[in-house]
Design a protein around this ligand. Structure first.
Ligand code: NAD
Length: 479
C-alpha cells in the first residue's frame, strides 16, 4: 500500500484505504503500478470535504472572472505537462502516442474554453407581464460526481470537470479502474493552479464500490457519467431513488453511410479512420458501414486495403497508427464477439485475430477486422463492440438505408458521404443520432453540443450548455 499511488481528497494525498487497483500496460502485459482505491469510507470523506468546499464563502463569493482565471491556470499546467499526461494515458490504455498527446492538448483547450464561457456567459431578463422585473439566474448544484471511462480519459475528464467547476460546483472525479493516473495528475494541477482544496477531489476505485457509493450518497447532487449503456442504466436507477438529475453519455453503434455519388476515396479514408483510430475504442466509432449496392465491392476493397496497411506497433513506436486494446479481458471479449459472428456465417474479409508479430505477442492486440455478409439484425451489427471491428452492409435506396441505420437501440452519431446536398439534408434529419457528419467524420469541437439519442444517453455536454448542465435555474421577481 505504501507504494500505491494515493488518491486526492481536499489537499491530502491518501493511500491507506486498504484497497488497491493494479495498473497493467496493455501493450506489453507488464505491471505499471498500484493505485490506492476508494472504499465507502473515502467516498464519505470526499463528499464531506467537497460539500464544505462548495459552501465556503470564499468559493461562493468568487466572481466568474476569478474562477475563469483559475481554470486558465489549469489549462496552462496541462499544456506544459502534455507529454507527462500523454505518457500516463498511453501506459494505462495503450493508445498511440500521437493520439494521447493530442488528447492532452485537447484537455487543456477544454479548460481554456470553459474559462472563457465562465466569464462571458450572461443571465437573462424574462418578459414582464406586470408591474415587476423578472429574471432567471443559474446556480450550482453543490457537489457533482464525475464518472469517466478509460478510452479517452483526459478529454472526458476535462469535459466534465472544467464546466462543473466553472459553474461553481465542487467535483468528485472517479476515473475508470484502468486509467486512474491522468485524473490524479489533473487533481494535482488543479491544486497547483490555486483552486481551493476540495473543489476537485479524485477518487480512483471500482464502479461497483466507489462509483456506486458516490451515486447513492445523499450529499452528491448531480452525476455526470460517461461509459457503457448498462452502467448508465444502473446509475439512472440509483439516481431515480434520490430524484437526482444525471447526464449520461453512453455507448453507440454508429452508421457510416456511403452513397454511390460520393467521393469514394475520401469516404474510404474516413470510414477506415472512423473505425480503426484508437483501435476502435471510441464511442462514435463508425462501426456499421452502409454502402450503396453499386459501389459496395469497390468501397469494401478500399477499406480492406487500408486496414491491411495500418502500422500496428507499440504505442510509442515512431509512426505507430494502431495500438493494443485497453485490456486483456477487453481483447478477449472482442475476439469472442468476432468468433460468434463467424459461426453465424459472417465473412471475415480481413483481421479476425491477433497480429503475427513477435514483438507484440505480450500485448492485448487485435487486428483491424472487417466483416461482411451479415444482416443488420445479426448480433454483431446490434451490439457495441468497442473494438476495431467494422460490419459492412449494402443498401439500395434512402428508405432501405434509413430503415437499417435506425434499427438500433443506440443513437450516438452517424456519417454520410454524398455529393447531393439535398440527399445529405434529408438523411441527416432522419437519422436518429445526436451528431451527424456530412462528408467528414469524427470532427469534434468543444463548442458544439454532444450527446446521444435513444440508449446512447441523456443530456448534452460541451458548448455553453455544457456549463449550464451543472447549474439549476432560479427565477427572481422584483416588484
Ligand atoms: P463502464 O460503463 O464499464 O465504466 C465507466 C465508468 O463507470 C468507470 O469509471 C466505472 O468504474 C464506472 N462504473 C461502472 N459501473 C458503475 C456503477 N454501477 N455505478 C457507478 N459507476 C460505475 O465503461 P468503460 O468500459 O469504462 O467505457 C467504455 C464505454 O464507454 C463504451 O460503452 C463507450 O461507448 C462509452 N463511452 C461513451 C462516450 C460518450 O460520450 N457517449 C464516450 C466514451 C466512452
Amino acid at each position: 500500500m505504501a507504494d500505491a499511488k494515493p488518491m486526492l481528497i481536499g489537499d491530502e494525498w491518501i493511500n491507506d484505504s486498504g484497497a488497491v487497483l493494479k495498473s497493467t500496460n496493455p501493450a506489453t502485459g507488464a505491471t505499471n503500478y498500484e493505485v490506492c482505491a476508494a472504499t465507502r469510507a473515502e467516498v464519505n470523506r470526499a463528499v464531506d470535504t467537497a460539500r464544505q468546499a462548495a459552501s465556503a464563502s470564499t468559493w461562493q463569493g468568487m466572481l466568474p472572472h476569478q474562477r475563469a482565471r483559475l481554470l486558465s491556470g489549469v489549462a496552462e499546467l496541462i499544456e506544459a505537462r502534455a507529454d507527462e499526461f500523454a505518457s500516463l494515458q498511453m501506459r494505462e490504455n495503450g493508445k498511440v502516442w500521437r493520439e494521447c498527446r493530442a488528447q492532452a492538448l485537447s484537455a487543456s483547450a477544454i479548460f481554456r474554453y470553459y474559462a472563457a464561457v465562465c466569464e462571458t456567459i450572461t443571465e437573462s431578463l424574462t418578459p414582464s407581464r406586470g408591474n415587476y422585473v423578472s429574471m432567471t439566474v443559474h446556480e450550482p448544484y453543490g457537489v457533482v460526481a464525475a464518472i469517466t471511462p478509460w478510452n479517452s480519459p483526459l478529454t472526458m475528464e476535462a469535459q466534465k470537470v472544467a464546466p462543473a467547476i466553472a459553474a461553481g460546483n465542487a467535483v468528485i472525479l472517479k476515473p475508470s479502474e484502468i486509467t486512474s493516473s491522468p485524473a490524479l495528475e489533473l487533481g494535482r494541477a488543479a491544486l497547483e493552479a490555486g483552486l481551493p482544496p476540495g473543489i476537485l477531489n479524485v477518487l480512483p476505485g471500482s464502479g461497483a464500490v466507489a462509483g456506486d457509493a458516490l451515486v447513492r450518497h445523499p450529499g452528491v447532487q448531480f452525476v455526470s457519467f460517461t461509459g457503457g449503456t448498462e452502467s448508465g442504466r444502473r446509475i439512472a436507477a440509483a439516481a431515480a431513488e434520490k430524484l437526482m438529475p444525471v447526464a449520461l453519455e453512453l455507448g453507440g453503434k454508429s452508421p457510416h453511410v456511403v452513397f454511390a455519388d460520393a467521393d469514394i476515396d475520401a469516404a474510404v479514408a474516413a470510414v477506415s479512420d472512423g473505425i480503426f483510430e484508437g483501435s476502435g475504442q471510441s464511442c462514435v466509432a463508425g462501426s456499421r458501414l452502409f454502402v450503396q449496392r453499386s459501389v459496395h465491392d469497390r468501397v469494401l476493397a478500399g477499406i480492406v486495403e487500408r486496414a491491411k496497411a495500418l502500422r500496428i506497433d507499440l504505442p510509442d513506436a515512431p509512426g505507430a497508427q494502431f495500438g493494443p486494446l485497453a485490456s486483456f479481458p477487453h481483447r478477449d471479449r472482442v475476439a469472442a464477439i468476432v468468433d460468434k459472428a463467424k459461426a453465424e456465417g459472417g465473412d471475415v474479409v480481413t483481421g479476425g485475430g491477433r497480429p503475427p508479430f513477435e514483438k507484440l505477442s505480450g500485448g492485448a492486440y487485435y487486428l483491424p477486422t472487417v466483416i461482411a455478409g451479415l444482416a443488420n439484425t445479426a448480433g454483431i451489427c446490434q451490439q457495441e463492440i468497442f473494438g476495431p471491428v467494422l460490419c459492412v452492409l449494402p443498401f439500395d435506396d434512402e428508405d432501405d438505408l434509413l430503415q437499417q441505420a435506425n434499427d438500433s437501440v443506440y443513437g450516438l452519431a452517424a456519417g454520410i458521404w454524398t455529393a447531393d446536398y439535398r440527399c445529405a439534408w434529408r438523411v441527416a434529419r432522419k437519422l436518429e443520432a445526436g451528431t451527424v457528419w456530412v462528408n467528414t467524420y469524427k470532427q469534434l469541437s468543444i463548442s458544439t453540443p454532444f450527446g446521444g439519442f435513444k440508449q446512447s444517453g441523456i443530456g448534452r455536454e460541451k458548448g455553453t450548455g455544457g456549463l449550464r448542465l451543472y447549474q439549476q435555474e432560479k427565477s427572481l421577481y422584483f416588484g
